[in-house]
Write a protein that binds this ligand. Sequence first.
Ligand code: ADP
Length: 409
Amino acid sequence: MIETMKDESVFLNARILIVDDQQPNVDLLEGFLEMQGYSEVKSITDSRDVFRLFESFKPDLILLDLAMPYFTGYEIMDKLKPMIDPNTFLPILVLSANISVEAKQKALSEGASDFLSKPFDLTEVGLRIRNLLYARSLHIQLADQNQQLEERVRERTQELQKLAEDLLAAKNKAEASDRLKSSFLQTISHEIRTPMNGILGFASLLSSPDLTETEKFEFISLMEVSADRLINTITDYVDISMINSDNLETSYQRINVKKLIYEIENKYTNACKNKHLSFNLHLPSDLTEFELITDQNFLRSILSHLLANAIKFTKTGSIDLGYTVEPSVVTFFVTDTGIGIDEELQKKIFENFIQGDDSITRIFEGSGLGLSICQGFVKKLDGTIEIKSALGKGSTFSFKLPIYTDIPV
Ligand code: ADP
C-alpha cells in the first residue's frame, strides 16, 4: 500500500498491476516501470486471472487493456466494482488501441480513471501513473482524516452523552430531594401533628381529677398508640434519609429465620385479630433451623412494613407470610386479600411519598415511605423486590435475598 506523503519516492512502492493480453506490451510497460524505479509490479496476459490476483496483490493502480479474450476491459471494470473499497480511490488507467471517442467515453464512464491510446508515449504514461498515484494517496489521506474525525466526533458525542446523562441524573436527584423536602413538610403536619395531638390531648385529660382508674388506663394506652405512630414516622424519616444519602451500613449476621418470623407474627397477631383477619404462616417444614446471613434489622423492617401495609389495606380475608428456599436464594412473601393496587400505581409505588390516596382527607395513616424503605433495604442486601396485585382482590409483595455461605465483606 502506498504511503500518504507527497514525497515522490513513496510512489515507487506502489503496487501496479498490468492487464494486457499482448506479451510485448506487458514487457514494454514492465521494463519502463522498472526503469522508473517501481519495485512492485505484476502483470497478467490472461484476463481470467485478474480477480484472483486482485485479491492477493491488492494493487494501488491498474493498467488495463480494453480488447482482450475472455474478459474485455469493460467487463473487468464492471466485475471489479464490488471488490473495490468504496472509501478509497483505485485508479484504473486504460491503455487501448481503440482511439474512438466512444471507446474513451465508455471506458471513462464505466470506471476508468484515465485513458491513453496505443501506441502511447512512455513519458506520458509515467506522468499519468504518477498523477493517479498521487490522487490515490490524497484519497487515502482524506479517508484517514475522515476516520480520525469520525473517531473524534464519536468520542466527543460519547462524552457529551455521558455529560447529559450525568446532568439528568443530578437533576433527577435534585428534584427527588426537593420532592422529599416538600413532601416532608406536607406530611410532617399530618403524620407528626396527629399523634402529637393525641398525646397532648390525653395528657391534659389525664390531669382531670375525677377520672376512674379504667379511664386512666384507656387514655394511657391511647397515648401509647400515638407515641408508637410518632416513633414509626420518625424512624421512617431517618431510614429514608439514610437510604437516599447512601449512608446505610449493613451489619451481617447469621440469623434463625423462623425465630424472626415468629417474633414478627407475635407483633402483628393482635392487629389481625382486631380486624378479624386470619393470619397464616408458610414456613418450609423441612428447614426447621434455616439460618440466613443477612442484616436482621433490615429484614425485620422490610417484613414489618409489608405486613403493616397488608393489614392496613385489607378489610376482610387473610394475611399470609412465608418464605421459600432455593439453593442460593430465599424468597419472602406477604400476601393479602385487600384493596389491591392498580397498574399505574404499581409502576411508581416504590418511590418516596407515593400513596394510593394522597388527599388531605385520606383514610389510611402512613408516611408514604414504607415501600421505598423496603426497596432501599432490599437493594442494600443485594436483593430484588416485586409486587403482584389485582385491584379489589389483593396483593403479594415478595423479595428475594441471596443466601451467603460466609459473612460478606
Ligand atoms: P404508606 O403505607 O405509608 O402510604 P407505603 O410506601 O408503604 O406508604 O405504600 C405506598 C402506597 O402503596 C400506599 O399508600 C397504598 O396506596 C399502596 N399500598 C402499599 N401496600 C399495599 C397493600 N398491601 N395493598 C394495597 N395498597 C397498598
